[in-house]
Design a protein around this ligand. Structure first.
Ligand SMILES: [Zn+2]
Ligand SMILES: [Zn+2]
Length: 231
């Protein structure tokens, strides 16, 4: 369920032209909406836990670097027997694998798994840091608090009210998730995201044709006047 809510929109300027040509009416039809939505996912304009890599400002797909680490597990106490299991974890930086670096410490390639990353990829790191900072504020659940009272001292009135408020908050969140995961709500959200994408392109678009028209129309008007004034 959370996959649906955990999406981020990343409207890319380079795709604005394509969006301006899009017929916005398509989002009112089921197939059209699905196509537009899927296109945004494919272009990396909708990002979530489902997406494999992000498109950086240079238009290249960047993925999180992986670093190896070994977990040592002692399988037996009598015979000293250890298993070395190789794991991979994300190194925390995005890499695009392009040879764009100029720093003296690396081989010039952004990634693939560790080391320096290029400017556009660093931007992705920053974006993600900003995103996670917002969602990080996780607190104890009401259930955990109540469990802690089981063998602890008697909770104060203040503790009780905080816990009740927390319970209400949790219920509200649950209701929100239930109401927003219905088919109609999902479609509505998708329509709004697609419409927002279109209007983002429209707001960034600086129309040049109208300027050209106004400058070209003046001489013709003048000519026409001259023509009319002629006897
Ligand atoms: Zn890069
Ligand atoms: Zn470097």
């Amino acid at each position: 369920m959370s996959i649906q809510f955990d999406i981020t929109m990343r409207p890319e300027i380079r795709l604005d032209a394509k969006w301006l040509k899009t017929d916005l009416k398509r989002l009112l039809y089921r197939d059209g909406l699905a196509e537009l939505w899927n296109e945004m996912v494919r272009d990396g304009e909708i990002v979530g836990s489902f997406s494999d890599g992000l498109v950086n400002a240079a238009g290249v797909i960047a993925r999180k670097g992986l670093s190896n680490f070994t977990l040592i597990i002692h399988t037996s106490y009598i015979h000293i027997d250890t298993d070395y299991i190789l794991f991979q974890r994300e190194s925390g930086h995005y890499y695009c694998n392009m040879g764009v670096l100029t720093c003296p410490c690396c081989n010039g390639i952004c990634g693939p798994q560790n080391g320096c990353n290029c400017g556009p990829c660093q931007k992705l790191d920053e974006e993600e840091a900003a995103r996670t900072n917002v969602s990080v504020e996780k607190r104890k659940s009401a259930e955990q608090i109540m469990d802690s009272w089981l063998w602890g001292s008697q909770p104060s009135i203040c503790d009780l009210t905080t816990c009740i408020n927390l319970l209400i908050k949790e219920q509200r969140k649950l209701c929100y998730e239930v109401a927003n995961s219905t088919l109609s709500a999902t479609r509505l959200r998708q329509r709004l995201v697609v419409a927002r994408r279109y209007f983002t392109a429209l707001s960034r678009h600086k129309p040049q044709e109208t300027k050209d028209v106004s400058t070209t129309s003046k001489p013709t008007a003048k000519l026409q006047k001259m023509y009319n004034n002629q006897p």
